[in-house]
Design a protein around this ligand. Sequence first.
Ligand SMILES: [Zn+2]
Length: 303
Amino acid sequence: MNVYLIEDEPLTLVDAGPNSGTSLDELERGVAALGYALEDVDLVIVTHQHIDHLGLVGLVAAKSGAEVAAIDVAVPFMENFSAEAQADDDFAREIMLRHGIPENVVIALTSVSRAFRAWGARVDVTQPLQDGQELRLRDRTLCVYHRPGHSPTDTVFHDVERRILIAADHLLGHISSNPLITRPRDGSTERPQALVLYLESLRATRQMDVDLVLTGHGDPVTDHRRLIDERFNLHQRRATKIERLTVERPRTAYEIAQALWGNIAVTQAYLTLSEVLGHVDLLLNEGRLVERRRNGVSVFEAA
Ligand SMILES: [Zn+2]
């Protein structure tokens, strides 16, 4: 994953990597190569709640005394990481069972997720940010925008003057960002429409005038409008394919995922389920599908 160091006043780190010794070593060496030590960092900006971005933030803040800035909706998650991550897993478990993923796969995935949790860690947010606010450094101003979809807390930072957008996982060049079904922040037990939300966020980003998008993984993006249009087309094609599968016969989301991608590796089951449910939501909203419950499992039929 990518982290960024903004050489300004305050010296600002964007994301910090997962909480592991190897990552800390890598981060220290990267920062040293630019002539600084981790102790010099004054501010850490967090782009979203995922552990590969968040894990080391607390450690960096402890070492350097840096302030930590993140969008306000991310604060409860970041400050109560363990309990929040557990609640996310419980929510994901219900979603998986409701959508036909076999129980043994659900159990395996739950333990994988618990093992991964060690890559995250709690951190106090000293500067909660609001959607639309400006974050002023000495030599630049970053406009802060909440762009949920990939996660409920995705935040992008727009340097209007330099035409740069720090977008992290909101827009990736080499793969389409997974709009992961994540427990909603409002306590609702219904699944959030992550893909629908994500496409809305992409439409807002498409309108921005930027030359360079700095991503959370892989290379920067220089033609964001063309890339976003490609993503829209991909999702359109996939929705049509899924509709066709439900015309053949009613299927659960898990059966749709299997028909699309064959027998998926256990670790990919939740990603592919999220992907299918995202498209199902688009089709449900357009009245092209209906959802019925059979013995607690949702089955999707062409309308
Ligand atoms: Zn992410």
